[in-house]
Design a protein around this ligand. Structure first.
Ligand SMILES: [Zn+2]
Ligand SMILES: [Zn+2]
Ligand SMILES: [Zn+2]
Ligand SMILES: [Zn+2]
Ligand SMILES: [Zn+2]
Ligand SMILES: [Zn+2]
Length: 410
């Protein structure tokens, strides 16, 4: 399958960094393909393969889709923003507005009104009945209900005319307090070690040269100051950078591993434009194009690949250690990262940038596993390959049976 259009050895540094440990042998490929064909034979109308409804996967996907764009948890008392129809927990939306958020937190579209969503609430209720372990802790629910009164509609303000704030009391050399530093802040949690604003007391303000103020760090996304122990703060277990949960909804966030979205990878078009993706395939453009066609036909997104890669790595005995040892997650953000104290610590939360790293690291192996499922059409799998045939080192990558190589015409 591998037509070597590119010169050998052009793989970029990052692609080398990502080269996954090879497990390209394909003992399963042929049999799984056969199995698939037998399944088809049992269908009365076998013109099109009808996949059996996988209820577990369905429930899983549904739950993932119902995660709030702000807090990345299963949405609680959902509200929908009009006209874009993005939804969030009512309480997340209120906090967003209180913190000066304007427009929809997800798409930044101008919103006319935010209303509670009965249909979404019904689906969430069904999920919670089926899986009570997903019900939020009582304390959390009480807190959220205090912030957002169930059933209320509201408005997200549109940005005011840019006001030329004089900010005479600002000084760029000093740290601005975090949203939790003020004693009467709207977030229900106060920093035990508040940072003093330069405008309030220049003598006691914290100079940027002195590093992070105690108990604080800078958000890996919006780069504002955050309190490490604030309930809205999350830490990426890969790059060890913290995220404020307040600046930009859904982006200032290290989300639970499988609910994160890889940064800059929302659709197949982003993969096409990414030179790194081609790098992952040693610049074998033909193979990448076959994969992209497949993704388009199957309506698979980069996020789907990311999630499959991440679950696959999780299922391996070594987990994410090989990736961490490659320093894949070092110096990803421009803010200072925390220290990864325990290499064996579980990796539960991930930021968007690290999610992209994980996806790129595993995309080639993912594609090989995907091909071995035997879903590709014969016209694709039997395409003539490069002139060297089976002696080409790249042929091996996709685990073709030697018998198929011999038939090749190139
Ligand atoms: Zn939320
Ligand atoms: Zn929106
Ligand atoms: Zn603070
Ligand atoms: Zn932030
Ligand atoms: Zn990260
Ligand atoms: Zn070749």
């Amino acid at each position: 399958m591998m037509l070597s259009l590119s010169r050998d050895g052009v793989a970029s540094g990052s692609a080398l960094k990502r080269a996954a440990p090879s497990s390209f042998d394909n003992p399963e490929g042929e049999t799984s393909k056969k199995r698939f064909k037998e399944d088809l034979g049992n269908e009365p109308d076998n013109e099109k393969p009808i996949a059996k409804l996988n209820y577990e996967a369905l429930a899983d996907d549904l739950i993932q889709e119902l995660h709030c764009g702000c807090c990345a948890e299963l949405v609680y008392r959902p509200v929908v923003v009009s006209p874009c129809q993005h939804f969030f927990c009512g309480s997340c939306c209120v906090l967003w507005i209180r913190n000066g958020g304007t427009n929809c937190p997800a798409c930044r579209g101008i919103s006319t009104i935010v209303t509670p969503s009965r249909p979404l609430q019904s689906i969430v209720d069904i999920i919670l009945r089926a899986d009570p372990s997903r019900v939020r802790a009582e304390r959390e629910r009480i807190q959220a209900d205090e912030i957002y009164k169930p059933g209320c509609s509201m408005r997200i303000p549109t940005p005011r005319e840019a006001s030329p704030e004089p900010n005479l009391n600002q000084n760029a050399d000093y740290v601005r307090p975090c949203p939790h530093c003020a004693r009467d802040n709207a977030f229900g949690w106060t920093c035990p070690q508040s940072v003093i604003d330069f405008g309030v007391d220049p003598e006691r303000a914290w100079h940027l040269d002195d590093g992070n103020p105690p108990g604080h760090a800078f958000c890996g996304n919006c780069e504002n100051l955050l309190a490490l122990r604030a309930p809205s703060t999350t830490k990426c277990d890969f790059c060890q950078v913290s995220f404020c949960g307040i600046g930009v909804a859904g982006r200032c966030l290290a989300a639970p591993l499988l609910s994160q979205h890889p940064h800059n990878m929302s659709d197949v078009g982003d993969l096409i434009q990414s030179s790194e993706v081609y790098g992952c395939f040693d610049n074998n453009t033909v193979e990448v194009d076959i994969m992209l066609d497949y993704l388009t036909a199957q309506e698979l997104t980069p996020r789907h690949i990311y999630r499959e890669v991440a679950s696959h790595i999780q299922s391996q005995p070594s987990g994410f250690r090989p990736l961490i040892e490659l320093d894949l997650f070092v110096d990803i953000h421009s803010v200072t990262a925390g220290i990864d104290e325990n290499p064996n610590a579980p990796r539960n939360r991930i930021c968007r940038h690290c999610a992209t790293e994980v996806m790129l690291w595993g995309i080639k192996e993912w594609w090989i596993r995907e091909r071995q499922k035997g879903f590709l059409e014969e016209t694709v799998t039997c395409r003539p390959d490069c002139k060297e045939g089976s002696s080409c080192s790249r042929q091996k990558d996709l685990g073709k049976e030697p018998a198929v190589w011999r038939k090749m015409t190139c």
